[in-house]
Design a protein around this ligand. Sequence first.
Ligand SMILES: [Zn+2]
Length: 272
Amino acid sequence: MIPDPRQTNLTIASLFGIAYDLYNPVNVHVALDMKITTQFLRMQRDETIGISEKIKAKALSTISPLVQRNSDIKIIHLLEQIEKTGKRVNLAGPPFWLDRILERMKKEGKSVHIPDSQILTGGGWKAEENKRLPEDSFREKITEFLGIPQERYHDVYAMSECSSVFLGCEGHYKHIPPVVVPLVLDEDLNQLDYEQVGRFAFLDPLPDSYPGFIITGDRVKILEHCPKCQREGPVLDVEVTRMPGFEGRGCAAVMSELMKQDGEEHTTFPVG
Ligand SMILES: [Zn+2]
């Protein structure tokens, strides 16, 4: 998990916060046990109002790397405990966060073997796009450092602006929920066909607070049928990347900026 969903309104936390409904809360561990308010996020982005916020923002940028490091260490320690007890766990959070933990384990020469556990990621790589691994390489990395087989790793396509999530199937294709009308657009916003690569847009009838006509900054290819399973409806091809020139948006992007350290090292991880 990411931040404690009881201490923030970030969509990604609410999404994975379902863990509190599924499990006994004493068995749910968050990577970031702190209150994350809109004021906090604004200061984090250096959008301060008044001198007092300026001072707080300065302090924040000093302590963020420490919070990040402690969070990383806490999660790695937790993974080692899980390995010892042989418990099955679900790990959930954005992929860049998980990758960051794996990188730290690599640097410290650590690995665990928890083959019965599973991983659910979502939110994409956002501001960490330059560190993105092809999904199959990322799955291999997970198996190498956590001992979790590839079929127990699933990525979901989700964003704050969409009322549904696109779940990956056993072939890792992301199935488009029937309620969403998907479109792929070219540079002039003309609609492209199946199998053509372009910018993802969709019509979402569920929101009643804004018109659900969304053009994303994501580069996708839609297949009319899933090549792997028999479930009906179109799917997003496995690799969803950012359109060139589009900055990361959404709450996973906020998370990746949360502990930015002088523009290079970023955040931590998720455990559910
Ligand atoms: Zn499928």
